[in-house]
Design a protein around this ligand. Structure first.
Ligand code: PLP
Length: 429
């Protein structure tokens, strides 16, 4: 009742009642929820309920909610002034930390969102190469800037629009500059490069796709993409807005043995604040203004409060190395849900990659968007609501990944698995 009332109020003053589409629950149905707070692995709802959170603000909250050390750093930074529009020493510290932990970048530029990071990376690639076309993979989401909302995943899929251009208001001319290939298909990349010799500025890819559900790269496929891009004289942009510092203390590109020319990061590195970054070698980054001719700017870029949160979170990740435990918990949850689905005879399988997982309502695990779309969205919706009723908040769409935080415990995992077992048994019943 509480959530219905809030949603009604919201709809009067906010389009669709939400500030980001997937929060409207359009793909799973039902009333969107409202959160009043969180602590560790838990979120507290406006109706007084408490849930185990597997969204973690789409991966941004890798230490969990309401972390004391982060809150302290944020309060200290806020008391010292929340924004100046002038350089601060702390932003250098964050840039130094990132550069020190990512072998193939020399410089970073801080921005306010993943969308901005990718938008700037694309402009930079075009500015550096003097070329205009971009190749992206179907189902990868790179934020909501015009040229990238073409066959994008995530909330765009959830909105149920099957059209190639995933939003109204995008000029056809802009969309035409984005070529789309299937994910996990380096031969399609070769063909696209061959069809437009000397015209492609960059190929952009999420190394581990997280916006059509969790879809990892097939062995060797990223290397082949990188080689195809470089043979064609194009740049490789790895969009690690989800991936960076989610699987390991660094990029997933490095784990795959590829060297992107430009990398974008967000979510984890923002420490729960609107902070993201793009990075590259000096010769590429120096093409950005004021050094170079590619314009990029931001009133709040390098915001001191966001930087304080980011530095606190990243240093904690370095100190505590939560990654093996995060992966072990994700493995336990994935195997637990799989076993429960099998026992209940429900066609649902969990795809896990390291610390991420997606329960796919399908007997087969997908390797690209076309396969992901074969999932039974109604079954996923029923599973989502069954879990919600039993105290577990999964992503409100089939085409997203679930996240655990360092604050999640073995007891949380056990509770997620038993909620899944009850839900799946009821679904079959
Ligand atoms: C979330 C995401 C973005 C967009 O980031 P915002 O901060 O939401 O603008 C871009 N790329 C990928 C891979 C993402 O997951």
């Amino acid at each position: 009742m509480e959530h219905e009332k809030l949603f009604e109020r919201a709809q009067r003053v906010i389009p669709g009642g939400v500030n980001s589409p997937v929060r409207a629950f359009n793909s799973v149905g039902g009333t969107p929820i409202y959160v009043t707070g969180g602590k560790g692995s838990r979120i507290f709802l406006a109706d007084g309920r408490e849930l185990i959170d597997c969204c973690c603000s789409w991966g941004a909250m890798i230490l969990g909610h309401g972390d004391e050390e982060v809150a302290e750093a944020v309060a200290r930074a806020a008391r010292a002034g929340t924004t100046f529009g002038i350089n601060t020493p702390q932003e250098i510290e964050l840039a130094e930390w990132l550069v020190a932990h990512i072998p193939f970048i020399d410089k970073v530029r801080l921005v306010n969102s993943g969308t901005e990071a990718v938008m700037s990376a694309i402009r930079l690639a075009r500015g550096v190469t003097g070329r205009e076309l971009i190749i992206k993979c179907e189902g990868c989401y790179h934020g909501h800037s015009d040229g990238l909302l073409v066959s994008a995943g995530s909330g765009v899929l959830t909105a149920g629009d099957g059209a190639e251009v995933a939003s109204a208001g995008i000029p056809a001319a802009l969309a035409r500059d984005t070529l789309v290939i299937p994910y996990n298909d380096p031969e399609a990349a070769e063909r696209a490069f061959a069809a437009h010799p000397g015209r492609v500025a960059a190929l952009i890819v999420e190394p581990v796709a997280g916006n059509m559900g969790c879809v990892p790269p097939k062995p060797g496929s990223l290397k082949a993409l990188a080689e195809a891009a470089h043979r064609a004289g194009a740049l490789l942009i790895c969009d690690e807005v989800i991936n960076a510092f989610r699987f390991r203390l660094g990029l997933w590109s490095e784990a795959e043995g590829i060297e992107p020319d430009i990398v974008t990061m967000g979510k984890v590195i923002g420490g729960g604040f609107p902070l993201a970054a793009l990075g590259a070698k000096a010769e590429v980054m120096d093409a950005l203004a004021p050094e170079g001719r590619v314009y990029q700017a931001g009133t709040l870029s390098g915001n001191p409060v966001a930087v304080a949160a980011a530095l606190t979170v990243l240093r904690r990740l370095e100190r505590e190395n939560p990654y093996p435990r995060l992966a072990a918990m994700a493995k336990r949850v994935a195997e637990g849900i799989d076993a429960a689905a099998e026992k209940a005879g429900v066609a649902l399988r969990v795809r896990r990659h390291e610390t991420l997982f997606t329960p796919f309502a399908s007997a087969e695990l997908p390797w690209n968007l076309a396969e992901a779309k074969r999932c039974d969205s109604r079954l996923y919706a029923a599973f989502f609501h069954g879990m919600l009723a039993r105290g577990v908040y999964l992503e409100p769409s089939q085409f997203e990944v679930n996240f655990l935080s360092a604050a999640h415990t073995e007891a949380d995992c056990a509770q997620i698995i038993s909620a899944a077992a009850e839900t799946l048994a009821a679904l079959n019943g």
